[in-house]
Design a protein around this ligand. Structure first.
Ligand code: FAD
Ligand code: N01
Length: 572
């Protein structure tokens, strides 16, 4: 007897392997997308996930010190009062194990696991125009078919291990932080080398240093960091979080980057030097990403940014005792927060330990990895037992580009994005009907506290699919014109900020050799982005081409992206 899929809330049963919707990825995005399509629309849906559990980012990134830079009460789903009421965070910034527990709790509470197929890596997705179906193949050779394909593959899920000559000759152990062994790594007494001083590296250094015999940190680009001031949540704070859910929701939905605090309206030069200093000291004591909110114009005025950057560099010089090390750490070449600003627990302090050394790669770059360690251009060789690659990700476009996705007329995603990713709203790609991307390039995603854009994207996609089914629409995709307009708008928004000035940042794809340099996230602000998406729907899905229905604003080119009432505040 042919097997059939149990079909959500009453949809038609389908042959084995055939679904209304296939979702790739079981992180924050994929879990909520499954819930919406299955439990709200009653569609048959299946999630395909490489890992053997839910969690996404928090499944893979188990490196020492891994934790959030979003405050716990905002790094949560807000769509369900039950979930909010039933979960309690324990720290201001939850660590990786706690976030994993949270996502497992959500998956179990919503009974999602029965529609997730784990240990299943998607290899290829091909659109069949005659059938109007997506065919999905896995690495193991399984075959699935669906009407709607939703990529929830994440922005930071494709690891970037630099191709340093000799890497494969290394006789010790090496690990990338984004694919960390589940049973941990024992650093006791070992000579450890860590390459990379981004958010990840800055979290890992203090924890690795606690047990390593010797830790050598290889720094190519010096980075700012502000103390996280992490700590346990008091009972009063937990009660406040529970009682103020509605207010918190209102704030995270209305601030430009969806964090649970408002950005000051004061500009750096609105106040005199003493007051400015006092505001920065206060923000430094508050810690975390709230530091960035101490002035309104940090990312729109270079002169203002210079003031804050100088303050932060002086902090490094105050903390780090060895003068040469302090200067190398403070020799930062980009505006503060032009890269996602790291927050830390004792990062700079760790360089005062006897077992920690900084190598400034700007002065003496890595030449090769040898069987025994890392050799620098000067000829100096640092003997190592373990190398930790805290070298980041092929971000935003990388995870989807690692799948062979083929749309209409044989167009591949690799061809469509050969000059950089091109989307409409970060949600769809021209030539790929009925394929949706959650947090795709062109969405505000990584500039935000991400659960907020994730919920918005998922709900937008769900409403769109509901609209299509109600109106007998068989396909949706953006017009080339609409994509053109959106890409131009994304660039305009970025160029109004200092973000593109961090020339080597992953926002620009500059961290991956050969990747086109295009500013990928939408810097116009999450609140404005939400208003734009709503406006486009109100105008009959302006900019989208829909097939089969009637009365659509088929393919019209949006004149601009200035919906009434949307704040024109940069989303940074
Ligand atoms: P992911 O969590 O990345 O999930 C994507 C899933 O897709 C993965 O499980 C992956 O295995 C799966 N997948 C990918 N390709 C395939 C394939 N071909 N076949 C099958 N499965 C596939 N954001 C914040 O807002 N605040 C923070 O504090 C914060 N901290 C972070 C810390 C780290 C170390 C990192 C790396 C990111 C952090 N982020 C943070 C960003 C974080 O990625 C998002 O907050 C969020 O977890 C993304 O969820 P997602 O479901 O969209 O993607
Ligand atoms: O990655 P990164 P990440 N030789 O790309 C260096 C989120 N996140 O994993 O700047 C030598 O920022 C590279 O040097 P350079 C957050 O969104 C959040 O740290 O290219 N060095 C850089 O120092 C974050 O932005 C949290 O010169 C090399 C580092 O490796 C994003 O994830 C925690 C090199 C990579 O930094 C990515 O952060 C962690 C080479 N060949 C992550 N190649 C929190 O919420 C790369 N580098 C707290």
């Amino acid at each position: 007897m042919a097997m059939t899929n149990r079909d959500g809330n009453g949809g038609e049963a389908k042959p084995d392997g055939e679904f209304d919707a296939l979702i790739i990825g079981a992180g924050f995005s994929g879990l909520y997308q499954l819930h919406c399509l299955r439990d709200r629309l009653g569609l048959s849906a299946r999630v395909l996930e490489t890992a053997d559990d839910v969690g996404g980012t928090w499944y893979w990134n188990r490196y020492p010190g891994a934790r959030c830079d979003s405050e716990s009460h905002s790094y949560s789903y807000y769509f369900s009062k039950e979930l909010l009421d039933e979960w309690e965070w324990t720290e201001r910034y939850p660590a990786q194990p706690e976030i994993m527990r949270y996502l497992r709790f959500v998956a179990d509470r919503l009974d999602l696991r029965r529609d997730i197929q784990f240990e299943t890596k998607v290899r290829a997705c091909t659109y069949d125009e005659a059938e109007n179906r997506w065919h999905v193949e896995t690495e193991a050779g399984e075959h699935f078919v669906a009407t709607y394909l939703i990529s929830a593959v994440g922005c930071l899920s494709a690891t970037n291990v630099p191709d340093i000559p000799g890497r494969d000759d290394f006789e010790g152990e090496w690990y990338h932080t984004g694919e960390w062994p589940h049973d941990g790594v024992d650093f006791h007494g070992k000579r450890v080398g860590q390459i990379g001083t981004g958010s990840t590296g800055i979290q890992a250094v203090p924890v690795i240093a606690e047990t390593a015999g010797q830790l050598t940190v290889f720094q190519r680009t010096a980075n700012y960091s502000v103390p996280a001031r992490n700590g346990p949540l008091t009972p009063e704070r937990k009660r406040w979080m529970r009682e103020k859910q509605d207010e918190i929701r209102e704030i995270i939905r209305s601030t430009p980057n969806a964090h649970p605090f408002r950005i000051s309206e004061t500009k750096v030069f609105d106040v005199d030097e003493d007051e400015r200093r006092a505001l920065m000291e206060k923000a430094w004591e508050t810690g975390g990403l709230r530091f960035r909110a101490c002035f309104q114009d940090l990312l729109t005025s270079k002169a203002s940014n210079d003031v804050v950057a100088a303050f932060l560099k002086d902090k490094i010089r105050e903390i780090v005792k060895d003068k040469e090390t302090a200067e190398a750490l403070a020799d930062i070449d980009h505006p503060y927060a032009a890269k996602r600003p790291p927050i830390d627990t004792n990062y700079f302090e760790t360089f005062n330990r006897d077992n920690v050394t900084l190598i400034n790669l700007r002065e003496d770059p890595i030449r090769r990895i040898t069987p025994r360690g890392i050799r620098l251009k000067s000829g100096r060789e640092i003997a190592l037992d373990v190398i930790v690659f805290a070298t980041g990700f092929d971000a935003m476009s990388g995870p989807l580009l690692r799948i062979d996705v083929t749309g209409r007329d044989g167009l591949t995603i690799q061809e469509a994005w050969s000059a950089g990713p091109r989307t409409y709203l970060g949600l769809q790609v021209a030539g790929f009907p009925n394929m949706f991307t959650v947090t795709g390039p062109g969405s505000p995603s990584v500039l935000c506290n991400m659960p907020v854009p994730i919920e918005q994207h998922v709900e937008w996609i769900t409403d769109c699919i509901a609209y299509m089914r109600k109106n007998g629409i068989s396909t949706i995709e953006p017009s080339e014109d609409a994509v053109e307009s959106w890409v131009a708008h994304v660039n305009d928004c970025a160029n109004k900020t200092l973000l593109p000035e961090a020339g080597h940042s992953w926002y620009l794809g500059a961290n991956v050799p050969g990747k086109p340099r295009v500013f990928m996230p939408y810097a116009g602000g999450m609140a404005r982005y939400r208003a734009i998406c709503e406006d486009i729907v109100a105008k009959g899905y302006e900019g989208f081409v829909m097939d089969g229905g009637e009365g659509q604003a088929a393919g019209t080119r949006p004149a601009d992206f200035t919906p009434a009432g949307a704040a024109d505040q940069p989303g940074v």
